[in-house]
Design a protein around this ligand. Structure first.
Ligand SMILES: C[S@@+](CC[C@H](N)C(=O)[O-])C[C@H]1O[C@@H](n2cnc3c(N)ncnc32)[C@H](O)[C@@H]1O
Length: 203
């Protein structure tokens, strides 16, 4: 991520969007908070604001949150200082939760993707890892940025994303069942640019 995107992520406006729109929308799409005692993983946690919302609003009992960027994990560690009895943070790759946390197959009731999979060159491998790490019946909660958004001049000018093999909303949705993930109920689409939803790992 370049400096402009880092600033856009570490920002009160981003936090307000996540708190006031994204999480309430995802809670509806996911059918409400997680079951009591649920353990969740968060891919690309950035500065940890989403992690706090997973604890407080989705009511996860524990979150394993990973980010490739040590700077983000330092920020997250500061933000989550009072929650460290129920959070593990790791610098690592969202496509390898085994290395990051020793996560065995079927470890989590939920995996969260707040706008990160479009950053991963081999984005399908993040879905493979999500499905592996989810318990059967577990929930994949996603908010994604599509190729349509990434092709906009504003995105191309300001941010730095992989350019090859980005996905449209339809391509992302078509990939889910290949990993045993079935969309739960409805989806929220914003102008073909953003896709929010939840999918259940097959039993
Ligand atoms: C657009 S930011 C989103 C941050 C946060 N989830 C949010 O919604 O504010 C994408 C984050 O994903 C991280 N990231 C990119 N590729 C990653 C990978 N392969 N594994 C883990 N984190 C990654 C970046 O370092 C960055 O913090």
């Amino acid at each position: 991520m370049n400096r402009i995107e880092k600033a856009a992520i570490n920002n009160p406006a981003r936090r307000a969007l996540q708190r006031l729109y994204e999480v309430p929308t995802l809670l509806k799409l996911a059918g409400g908070p997680l079951p009591p005692g649920a353990k969740a993983a968060e891919l690309g946690c950035g500065p940890g604001y989403g992690t706090k919302l997973i604890l407080d609003r989705f009511r996860a009992a524990h979150v394993d949150a990973v980010d490739l960027d040590p700077y983000m994990i330092t920020k997250a560690r500061r933000r989550l200082a009072r929650e460290m009895h129920r959070v593990r943070l790791a610098v690592g790759d969202a496509t390898d939760l085994r290395t990051a946390f020793g996560a065995a197959d079927s470890s989590y009731e939920a995996v969260f993707d707040f706008a990160i999979i479009h950053h991963i060159p081999d984005w399908r491998s993040a879905l493979t890892e999500t499905a592996r790490a989810l318990k059967p019946g577990g929930l994949f909660v996603f908010e994604e940025v599509t190729a349509h958004a990434l092709a906009r001049p504003s995105y191309r000018l300001l941010f730095d994303h992989p350019t090859e093999d980005r996905f449209t909303a339809e391509q992302f949705l078509a990939e889910l069942p290949r990993h045993g993930l079935a969309v739960r109920g409805s989806l929220t689409r914003i102008r073909g640019d953003y896709l929010l939803g939840a999918a259940v790992r097959s039993r």
